[in-house]
Design a protein around this ligand. Structure first.
Ligand SMILES: [Zn+2]
Length: 173
């Protein structure tokens, strides 16, 4: 497996050659993503194309797809989460073109990114939900159902111990 993604490469040089990078990256290599997922054996499929724009800026476009394991925050059981993100990164070669690039591209970097893997990781992190959860309670594990029942009991109790119920009975005296 070639490792262009993980190397500190001359992206401008790759872009000048119109390089295509098709690699599969293990989540274990992505130090910011790895602690967030339950399965570090997950892989990210990257399909990137590098090119130069008419002003000589480096462009990195393409798609990253993966399915990672996250912990559902409702039932604390693992859930699979599919990420399909597109990359539209411009790396500015001069300050004068920054504003123009920002109008044209999703992500603009003022200087050469250290590795393509970092760009890929950024994109996957952005695509993850703030709070991971199964689509519905029915998809959740037993803990969610128990918590749901417990919440129901508490609210029943609240009705019976309602202090206003006491006031009501005093008033009727
Ligand atoms: Zn769940």
């Amino acid at each position: 497996m070639s490792r262009v993604l993980l190397q500190k490469t001359d992206l401008h040089g790759l872009a000048a050659r119109g390089a295509i990078v098709e690699e599969v990256l293990e989540a274990a290599y992505l130090s910011r993503l790895a602690p967030l997922v339950t399965d570090t054996a997950a892989t990210v499929a990257c399909n990137l194309a590098l090119s130069l724009d008419s002003r000589g800026n480096t462009l990195v476009g393409g798609t990253v797809t993966t399915t990672v394991g996250l912990t559902c925050q409702r039932c604390l059981e693992p859930m699979a989460y599919r990420v399909e993100a597109s990359l539209d990164v411009a790396i500015a070669t001069g300050d004068e073109s920054l504003a123009m690039l920002e109008a044209e591209h999703e992500t603009v970097l003022p200087a050469e990114a250290p590795r393509l893997a970092d760009l890929v990781e950024d994109e996957v992190l952005l695509a993850l939900p703030l709070v991971a959860m199964h689509a519905s309670v029915d998809d959740c594990g037993p803990l969610a159902q128990r918590l749901d029942d417990a919440a129901q009991d508490t609210s029943d109790e609240r009705t019976t111990n309602n202090p206003f119920a006491v006031l009501k009975s005093l008033r009727s005296d």
